[in-house]
Ligand binder design. Structure first.
Ligand code: PLP
Length: 364
């Protein structure tokens, strides 16, 4: 049975260039939207949450949406291997590895970390799943840039694999954010429309790490002539970098006359200590949100974005179109298990841990 499904693009996107022919089914679609009593929100705003952390379990989060198109492209091109890259705790790499295994492709990763020796890499969080699935992992320096260092190395690896196995490799760019992966969030936008986006919301807010989610949502929002405003809270790089990414994507899909600044609000100022690093305040925020709402936010993306949302609603309320906000939870659950949250959780919940008394068989 072919895994490839014909892709029928929404009517409003049919004039785009490079529309994929196929997709594969990886995500559980129609993830729920519900009200979210996010602590610290000014009373005039109402926040709801779209649960793209529930697109699956080991294949959860926003990455699986893009991978439906990227992996279909890999299968259609009859590749035997998939190569991608990211930080050592990359959700994108983990999702790519899991999807590759589900589709009988061999996964290869270039992971950025400063360990000096392969025995030091560990097996926490996302890396546990990468290793469990038997991904071939190549360790590269943490500071490696995508265009000048990671991409050429992925190409070198593809060449080596071709020589050794005779099979082609499919190269997935950082974060899966190219004009193929773009159709993941074009698909989600159609899902949002059917879930009442236009009637129920004024603004949509999400974390931005490689720009693909932002580009997909902002382009869809523009094409549908929607009144909703898209806000991307960046967790790495800067506004100029993402503006450039979205502008290049617009050109690639044939929307040369549209500009990022007209379709997307890129929000800076919420990176904290930098990509993948957490402040005490951020960790406390994540703990507080878990305790008060039962929604888990990861420290690298959704935690910073949700905290950024609260701060922006206080400090820059005028940047929002209205007061009905939809926060897109982009997943990242396994990032919670990299050890960062352990110390704060241990300290904050010590008073909630009790020994059952053996003396009189009762709670202390
Ligand atoms: C959990 C999570 N949220 C948000 C993002 C950002 O999405 P994008 O790369 O499409 O900007 C990523 C990946 O970068 C992610 O893993």
């Amino acid at each position: 049975m072919s895994k490839l499904l014909p892709y029928v693009c929404p009517k409003w996107a049919q004039n785009l260039k490079h529309i994929p022919k196929y997709r594969v089914q990886l995500a559980n679609p129609d993830t729920p939207i519900h009200r979210w009593c996010l602590p610290g929100i000014p009373s005039k705003f109402e926040v709801s949450i779209k649960r793209d952390d529930m697109t699956g379990s080991t294949l959860s989060g926003n990455k699986v949406r893009k991978l439906e198109f990227l992996m279909a492209d890999a299968v259609a091109r009859k590749c035997g291997h998939v190569i991608t890259c990211g930080g050592v705790q990359s959700n994108h790499c983990r999702a790519t590895v899991v999807a590759a295994r589900q589709l009988q492709l061999q996964p290869h990763l270039l992971l950025r970390t400063d360990v000096q020796n392969q025995s030091e890499i560990g097996s926490e969080g996302n890396l546990l799943l990468d290793r469990l699935c038997g991904a071939n992992i190549h360790i590269v320096p943490k500071k490696s840039r995508y265009e000048t260092e990671l991409k050429p190395r992925m190409e070198k690896l593809a060449k080596k694999l071709k020589e050794e196995t005779g099979e082609e490799s499919y190269l997935v760019p950082v974060g899966g954010s190219n004009s193929v992966g773009l159709f993941g969030y074009i698909t989600v936008f159609q899902e949002l429309i059917s879930q009442g986006l236009f009637e129920q919301f004024d603004d949509i807010v999400f974390a931005c790490g490689s720009g693909g989610t932002a580009a997909g949502l902002a382009i869809s929002n523009h094409l549908t002539g929607s009144h909703v405003r898209c806000h991307a809270i960046i967790v790495c790089d800067d506004k100029a970098y993402f503006t450039d990414h979205v502008d290049q994507t617009l050109v690639r899909v044939g929307l040369d006359n549209v500009h990022c600044q007209d379709i997307l609000d890129i929000i800076e100022g919420h990176k904290g200590r930098g990509y993948g690093l957490s402040t005490q305040g951020e960790l406390e925020f994540i703990t507080n949100v878990s305790r008060s709402t039962g929604i888990m936010l990861d420290p690298v993306y959704s935690g910073k974005a949700a905290m950024g949302l609260v701060e922006e609603l206080h400090n820059n309320p005028q940047r929002f179109q209205g007061n009905r906000i939809l926060f897109l939870h982009t997943g990242g659950i396994f990032g919670m298990f990299d050890g960062t949250l352990g110390s704060i959780v241990t300290a904050e919940t010590q008073n909630l841990i009790h020994m059952w008394s053996n003396k009189d068989d009762s709670p202390e």
